[in-house]
Ligand binder design. Structure first.
Ligand code: CA
Length: 478
């Protein structure tokens, strides 16, 4: 091919004059349901995560990073919009259905797909000349109008409306029961594959292929693994190693541990690919999770509770950022940060102006990471006007201000107050001891709800106090 033709193609493919040397590539690795305590660098001696630990050793690790919600969809929306779930009305997982038709309260109104009015992180980066790919779980809408390709991604591999794969082994098919109707739906996570192929490995192959194909231009790779969400399925040889560990010494299910190890291998392979393509020093790598660990899969101790709950075990997540030239190797940051901060941070990494009207609830972490600044933020907020089937999950709003955390529950109505620096496990409710502070935080939380136009729950005319709330997987047709 003539040089002139190559140049023409390069210009056509890159609408701006960006080069990979001027603007960092971005690899955002989002793990599904990975608990805060489930990495070696987070203190686990059970889970084997040497590559993720190495990533933390070469970048910054956040101790007080939060997911914007305790379940999948809202956190994903927060990452890609820079807005709190309460502001976008994406406050529950999709499709979620009606969990408790006879419960005391009805759910707050919420949306069933990411609105087009939002300029997603992928759209912002694509407008800046980046090639964008979503590899893995989407869960922010479905066919025909709300898949990754409708929200700024040039490439969509395996992303659809489902929150979990049909199977982790090819063929990636499965059945799913619609909670509100009981109807079974059969779906395919990926139509093609090789017999015996494992989904986490396949998505890694696709991610590496994307890196190699785009090594000469800026790219944004959103590697959104289905792992380590249920169904618990892993490669048998790996599972066998964890099964040999005495039960009392296990932090979680052996199959889950093997799923975590596969994720770790994926991270190792992606980093190796970046190195082999001479991109490691020109790429920002972010690793995080969308909510806390699932109660049947892992033990979130020292945190209280699990995915779905508003104690720390539901919302505190691992976050590692490796940004060459910005992060200090092995640094540990204690500032509270949340999912919405990734949007402006990625814009900064791309050398792009911030879009404060879009990422209204997010702050650029660059200055914090290179030690220049602290974040100018008074408090973090959550709002979940829904029931779900996870243990310890209660409809609630939350504010974290400094070391203090107030949980306002709607059913039953109540306030819980914890001092996280002295009581990480949230074992001492101080709301009665510190009524003035509880009231002050409650007022601040209510004012925030008003500002973001948060949807509140309403009394349910079908309320039956004698009806038992169904457990997860036992919900009935309304
Ligand atoms: Ca999740």
């Amino acid at each position: 091919m003539a040089v002139a033709t190559i140049c023409t193609i390069a210009i056509l493919c890159c609408p701006t004059t960006l080069t990979a040397q001027d603007h960092k590539n971005i690899v955002l690795i989002l793990i599904d349901d990975l608990g805060w305590s489930d990495l070696g660098c987070q203190g686990s001696s059970y889970y084997q995560t040497p590559h993720i630990d190495q990533l933390a050793a070469s970048g910054a690790r956040f101790t007080d990073a939060y997911a914007a919600c305790a379940v999948c969809t809202p956190t994903r929306a927060a990452i890609l919009t820079g807005k709190y779930p309460a502001r976008t009305l994406l406050t529950d997982w999709l499709p979620s259905g009606r969990w408790h038709p006879q419960a005391k309260l009805r759910s707050g109104r919420f949306l069933r797909s990411l609105p087009f009015e939002e300029v997603t992180l992928a759209e912002a980066l694509r407008a800046a000349g980046y090639r964008t790919a979503s590899v893995g779980k989407w869960h922010l809408g479905s066919e025909p109008f709300s898949l990754p390709q409708h929200h700024g991604f040039d490439v969509n591999i395996a992303g659809n409306g489902h929150g979990a794969p049909g199977s982790y082994f090819f063929p990636y098919q499965g059945n799913w029961k619609i909670p509100s109707t009981g109807q079974r739906v059969r779906w395919n996570t990926l139509p093609d594959g090789e017999p015996g192929e494992y989904l986490t490995d396949r998505l890694t192959d696709e991610a590496i292929k994307f890196v190699e194909e785009n090594r000469d231009r800026p790219f944004f790779l959103y590697l959104s693994h289905y792992g380590v969400h249920t169904p618990l399925q892993a490669k048998p040889d790996m599972v066998a190693r964890y099964e040999k560990i005495p039960e009392k010494q296990r932090q979680g299910h052996p199959v889950y541990a093997a799923m975590v190890e596969s994720i770790d291998q994926s991270v190792g392979r992606v980093l190796e690919s970046l190195e082999q393509n001479s991109l490691l020093n020109n790429t920002v790598v972010i690793f995080t999770s969308d909510n806390g660990g699932f109660y049947k899969a892992t033990d979130n101790a020292p945190l209280r509770a699990n995915k779905g709950a508003y104690y720390e075990g539901g919302i505190r997540v691992p976050l590692i950022i490796r940004w060459p030239g910005v992060t200090k190797a092995g640094s540990v940051l204690e500032e509270p940060v949340t999912s919405t901060d990734l949007y402006p941070t990625c814009l900064a990494a791309a050398g792009q102006p911030l879009r404060p009207h879009q990422h209204r609830d997010g702050l650029n972490l660059q200055g914090l990471m290179n030690g220049r600044d602290s974040l100018d933020r008074d408090a973090l907020y959550w709002h979940f006007p829904h029931y779900n089937g996870h243990p310890s999950s209660v409809p609630s709003s939350v504010i974290r201000r400094g070391p203090w955390k107030l949980i306002e529950t709607f059913d039953p109505e109540g306030l819980e107050l914890y001092h996280l620096e002295e009581d990480l496990g949230e074992s001492q409710d101080l709301a009665t001891d510190r009524p003035q502070l509880a009231k002050e935080l409650s007022t601040q939380l209510a004012e925030w709800r008003r500002q973001v136009n948060a949807q509140m729950m309403e009394p349910n005319p079908d309320y039956d106090p004698k009806a038992k709330l169904p457990k997860k997987g036992q919900q009935k047709k309304p």
